[in-house]
Ligand binder design. Structure first.
Ligand SMILES: NC(=O)c1ccc[n+]([C@@H]2O[C@H](COP(=O)([O-])OP(=O)(O)OC[C@H]3O[C@@H](n4cnc5c(N)ncnc54)[C@H](O)[C@@H]3O)[C@@H](O)[C@H]2O)c1
Length: 350
C-alpha cells in the first residue's frame, strides 16, 4: 500500500489527536511536524487539554524519523509531503491553506476554515483554481451518531422533520489551549464562531441552506468581548422549527455536552449522554448501530476517508464539498451579526 506522507502543523489538542490517528492507520505516516512551541517540538504534550477524546498526554509522542520545524510554511516548502494537516489557531488557517495549495499538496485543515468573509472569498478563489483536494475538520458531519441521524432522515423512515434542536455546551476554556488563545479575541472569534459552527454547519448539511437567522448572544462573559453563549433559530423557508445553542461559560468541572433532538412525524431521534436512540411514536425504542469500533469518532472517520482519497487520487466528496463548508461559515458569521444587531438577518451566501 502506498504510504500517505503527512506534514502536521500544530501539536496541541487537535494536532496530537490527529498525530495519533494518522499513525494508527495503515498506509499513513506523519513524516514532518511544525510547532511554534519548543516543548511540543520534542513531542512533550503534557500541557495539552481537550474537551473529548482524552488520550494519555503524560507520555511524549514518539517523533523518531519525523522532520521537525518551528513554522508550518518552512515545513511545507522543504518537505516531500502528500498532504498538510493544519491544527493551529484559526488566525493562521488561511495562509497555511494557501501555502499547501500553492505547493500542489492536498490540504486537511481544522475548522473553522478561516476568520472572516474576506478570507472566505480569497480561499474560495484559491480552492477553485487548485487541483489539490481540501477538507475542513467539520468532524460532526462524520461523527457516528450525527452521520447515523442523517442516514435515517434521508431514508424517509421517520417521516418529515417537525423540530430539531442542537446543543453544544462546554466548560469554560481557561487554561486549555496554547497561550489561552480561545480567550484572545484577536486569535479566536468566540464560541459562536469556533464551537457553535459545528452545529450551524451540520444544520446546513442536514437540512439545506437556511434563509435567515434570528440569534441572541452573550458577549464578554469569559472572553474580553466575543460571544460566549449563543442561541439561534434558523428559518428554513418552511415550517420546520430548527434551533441550536452553544456556550463555553460553565464551571470547569461541568462535563462537555453535545446533543440533539430531532422530532419527526413518526419518531424522535435523540442523542445525549445516554446514547443515540430512536423513540417511535408507538412507544418502541431503537438503539441503532452507529458504526465501526475501529473508527470511534468523527475525527477518525474524516481523516481515514481523506487520507484514503489522497492515496487513491479520488476527489473527496462524501462528507463535504468546499462550497458546503463555506456556507456553514457564512451562516455562523451571520448569526454573530444577528445577535449583535438584535434583528433577523437574511443569509447572503458567497
Ligand atoms: N474539530 C474539532 O472537534 C476541534 C476541536 C478543538 C479544536 N479544533 C480546532 O483545531 C485548531 C487547533 O485548536 P487546538 O484546540 O488544538 O489548540 P491548542 O492550543 O491545543 O493547540 C494549538 C497548537 O498550535 C501551536 N501553534 C500556535 N501557533 C502556531 C503557529 N503560528 N505555527 C505553528 N504552531 C503554532 C501551539 O504551540 C499548539 O501546540 C483550531 O482551529 C480549533 O478551532 C477543532
Amino acid at each position: 500500500m502506498k504510504e500517505v506522507k503527512v506534514g502536521l502543523v500544530g501539536l496541541g489538542f487537535m494536532g496530537s489527536t490527529h498525530f495519533r490517528i494518522h499513525n494508527s492507520m495503515p498506509g499513513v505516516k506523519v513524516v514532518a511536524l511544525a510547532d511554534i512551541d519548543p516543548v511540543k517540538r520534542t513531542g512533550d504534550i503534557s500541557s495539552v487539554v481537550g474537551n473529548i477524546g482524552g488520550g494519555d498526554n503524560s507520555q511524549p509522542l514518539d517523533l523518531t524519523g519525523v522532520q521537525v520545524f518551528d513554522n508550518g510554511f518552512e515545513m511545507i516548502e522543504k518537505c516531500d509531503l502528500d498532504m498538510v494537516d493544519i491544527c493551529v489557531p484559526t488566525v493562521w488557517h488561511k495562509d497555511l491553506i494557501i501555502a499547501g495549495l500553492e505547493k500542489g499538496i492536498h490540504v486537511f485543515c481544522e475548522k473553522p476554515l478561516c476568520r472572516n468573509l474576506e478570507e472566505v472569498r480569497t480561499l474560495k478563489e484559491k480552492i477553485a483554481a487548485s487541483k489539490s483536494f481540501i477538507n475542513i475538520g467539520m468532524c460532526v458531519r462524520a461523527w457516528p451518531e450525527y452521520d447515523a441521524a442523517k442516514k435515517i432522515l434521508d431514508s424517509g423512515s421517520v417521516g418529515k422533520v417537525l423540530t430539531a434542536n442542537f446543543r453544544r455546551l462546554s466548560p469554560r476554556v481557561h487554561g486549555n489551549s496554547w497561550k489561552d488563545w480561545y480567550l484572545n479575541d484577536e486569535l479566536s472569534a468566540g464560541v459562536a464562531y469556533d464551537t457553535h459552527l459545528h452545529d450551524s454547519d451540520f444544520i446546513r448539511y442536514l437540512f439545506g441552506r437556511p434563509v435567515s437567522v434570528t440569534s441572541i448572544g452573550l458577549r464578554g462573559a469569559v472572553t474580553k468581548d466575543t460571544h460566549d453563549h449563543i442561541f439561534t433559530s434558523y428559518n428554513m423557508g418552511d415550517k420546520r422549527f430548527i434551533t441550536a445553542e452553544c456556550g463555553w461559560c460553565a464551571a470547569p468541572n461541568v462535563p462537555f455536552e453535545m446533543s440533539f433532538q430531532i422530532v419527526c412525524e413518526k419518531a424522535t431521534l435523540k442523542f445525549d449522554h445516554s446514547g443515540f436512540h430512536i423513540y417511535w411514536n408507538d412507544g418502541k425504542i431503537d438503539t441503532p448501530d452507529t458504526g465501526d469500533p475501529a473508527l470511534p469518532t468523527g475525527w477518525h472517520r474524516e481523516l481515514k476517508y481523506f487520507t484514503d482519497c489522497v492515496r487513491e487520487g479520488v476527489t473527496p466528496d462524501k462528507f463535504q464539498t468546499p462550497d458546503s463548508v463555506i456556507d456553514g461559515v457564512v451562516i455562523a458569521l451571520t448569526e454573530i451579526n444577528a445577535a449583535d444587531c438584535g434583528k433577523t438577518l437574511e443569509i447572503e451566501y458567497v
